[in-house]
Design a protein around this ligand. Structure first.
Ligand code: NAP
Length: 277
């Protein structure tokens, strides 16, 4: 799995997703992260086809929406939308319904080579440890919110001890902490941007990142993270920003446990033109 990927959560389906994934592939990203819940798999597929890149040059992840019934049947539908025969990684999006619920069908999809590897997302150490004894195929990856502000050290260590790669989403803090003074200070000294410093912080730990942007200049900026390093001192300062308490949990507020009404209200909010502007 390439350490740098491009995430498409909240990129509006249709032309916009196709265009930004095209920019990302032109900028050198070779890993795209989508999900059934994002509603833009078909546009990712179109961008892949028009890129001229061959299938084996791009690592493609999608995720099973754990509220749905059958992960295997849902992956068949995802593959149809993506226009692919297999994805490189298929993740259980959340532990909704229990950490073991989706796994037998995930394994079956893997067995049929519909997914080259399978994994989980938003799983805590406790959930991973409930899943493992029942798993014939071990999850390859646990994708979680991970940044200096959410430095889930105990989760990282426990995943590594089980041979599971941690992958970071929200590496850019969903855009919320880019003006943090410590991050800005490190960035200024290195002649880099705060976004590049946050991405580099994860990469220094060999944790893959999947930043999202709908702006071509930022997409390029976020890819320019392999020609500098953070010193031990800078890493320690950034580590000190953690507000998770070195958490072994993956999320502070598991949104999938919210009521259907609250989720519908959140979806309406996400679709509102104000948030998209
Ligand atoms: N497994 C899960 O449950 C889960 C949950 C959330 C996300 N994800 C995955 O992880 C990906 C990334 O997470 P995310 O999208 O939530 O957050 P993120 O990548 O941490 O942050 C994205 C935000 O930062 C802004 N941004 C991007 N580059 C920037 C730059 N160089 N300078 C300033 N602002 C910048 C973006 O705005 P613009 O777009 O306006 O540039 C956007 O608002 C998602 O797209 C998705 O693929 C997975």
């Amino acid at each position: 799995m390439p350490l740098l990927g491009f995430g498409v959560y909240r990129v509006p389906p249709g032309h916009q997703t196709e265009r930004v994934v095209g920019w990302a592939l032109e900028a050198g990203y070779r890993h795209v992260d989508t999900a059934q819940a994002y509603g833009n798999e078909a546009d990712v597929g179109r961008a892949l086809r028009s890129s001229g890149l061959s299938r084996d040059q791009v690592f493609v992840t999608t995720k099973f929406s754990a509220g749905r019934r059958d992960p295997e049947a849902e992956l068949e539908r995802s593959l149809e939308r993506l226009g692919l025969e297999t994805v490189d990684l298929y993740l259980v999006h959340t532990p909704r319904g229990g950490p073991r619920r989706a796994w037998p069908a995930m394994e079956s999809a893997h067995e049929r080579r519909l997914a080259r590897s399978i994994g989980v997302s938003n799983f805590s150490t406790a959930e991973i440890e409930r899943l493992l004894p029942a798993a014939g195929v071990k999850p390859a990856v646990n994708q979680v919110q991970f940044s200096p502000f959410r430095y889930r050290r105990r989760l990282l260590e426990s995943c590594r001890s089980h041979g599971i790669e941690l992958e970071s989403y929200g590496s850019l803090t969903h855009g919320e902490e880019l003006d943090d003074p410590t991050v800005a200070d490190v960035a200024r000294r290195l002649g880099r941007t705060p976004a590049q410093v946050l991405l580099r912080w994860a990469i220094e730990r060999a944790v893959a990142v999947i930043p999202k942007s709908v702006h071509e200049d930022r997409i390029r900026e976020n890819a320019a993270v392999f020609d500098f390093q953070l010193s031990g001192e800078d890493l320690a300062r950034l580590d000190g920003l953690d507000r998770s308490g070195a958490a072994a949990i993956a999320v502070e507020r598991p949104w999938w446990t919210f009521s259907a009404r609250a989720r519908a209200a959140a979806r309406r909010l996400l679709r509102s033109p104000l948030l998209r502007s």
